[in-house]
Design a protein around this ligand. Structure first.
Ligand code: FE
Ligand code: ZN
Length: 256
């Protein structure tokens, strides 16, 4: 599945495309806007074969209705009335087969950013929407720190070589914040330098891997002494659980 590519939408959204070269059709993940999907698929000589949705936010779903007017395709999405056009509502543990593609995805419910957010994992790939970002994580619009932390822990437990395809290009800003939390993390310093160069060239910084995230993403490192000490210093109090540390780092990021 090395032919996966991203279509840019809005300011910093990525709509991931999973092509099936044999049939010339493709699944797209989180089509927030129909027009760039039409153009991106046409440029690659592909037709829309189906839609995967990670969560209900407009920037991930607003293109669905228009795309369905072009072609009746399956729409695999979480169980949530706020998403229109869903043909295959899925729950935790469900298996998703994409017509014509060799990959099978497993559905993970990962609440926190939204209450019904899901991820698709399989074939060494993770599509995680706005829950885990490269170098960061999504804001908690509909969840508690405990939920978001548990969801991120689930993703962090995937094999380290798993490729991370998230929904936005936030990597550089995330890593600049991460370096405030862990100024002495050498791998993080190196990653930020590399990502800054990529962005200066206008390149995408994704996919990441679970291994890289475990080593450099502060939200997956709330059990590390360096992160705990930094979070306690910033919060001005002792933090007695991993969830507390997570909540403090998330609040810190929200305040910068
Ligand atoms: Fe988003
Ligand atoms: Zn979102």
């Amino acid at each position: 599945m090395s032919q996966i590519f991203a279509i840019n939408a809005f300011k910093d959204n990525y709509i991931w495309v999973l092509p099936n070269p044999e049939s010339g059709s493709a699944f797209v993940v989180d089509p927030g806007d129909a027009e760039p999907v039409r153009a991106g698929l046409a440029a690659a000589g592909l037709e829309l074969g189906g839609i995967l949705v990670t969560h209900h936010h407009w920037d991930h779903t607003n293109g669905i209705k228009e795309l369905l007017a072009d072609a009746q395709v399956p729409v695999v999405a979480p169980v949530d009335d706020r998403i229109e056009g869903v043909t295959h509502p899925v729950r935790d543990g469900d298996e998703v087969r994409l017509d014509g593609l060799p990959v099978r995805f497993q559905v993970l419910e990962i609440p926190g950013h939204t209450s019904s957010h899901i991820a698709f994992v399989g074939g060494g790939m993770l599509f995680c929407g706005d829950t885990l970002f490269a170098g960061g994580c999504g804001r908690m619009f509909e969840g508690t720190p405990a939920q978001m932390h548990a969801s991120l822990q689930r993703l962090a437990a995937l094999p380290e070589e798993t490729l991370v395809y998230c929904g936005h290009e936030y990597t550089e800003a995330n890593l600049r914040f991460a370096l405030q939390v862990e100024p002495d993390n050498a791998q993080l310093q190196a990653r930020l330098a590399q990502v800054a160069e990529q962005r200066a060239r206008g390149e995408i910084t994704l996919p990441s891997t679970i291994g890289v995230e475990r080593a450099t993403n502060p939200f997956l490192r709330v059990d590390q002494q360096s992160v705990i000490e930094s979070a306690e210093r910033h919060a001005g109090r002792r933090l007695t659980s991993a969830t507390d540390v997570f909540a403090a780092v998330r609040a810190w990021k929200d305040s910068v």
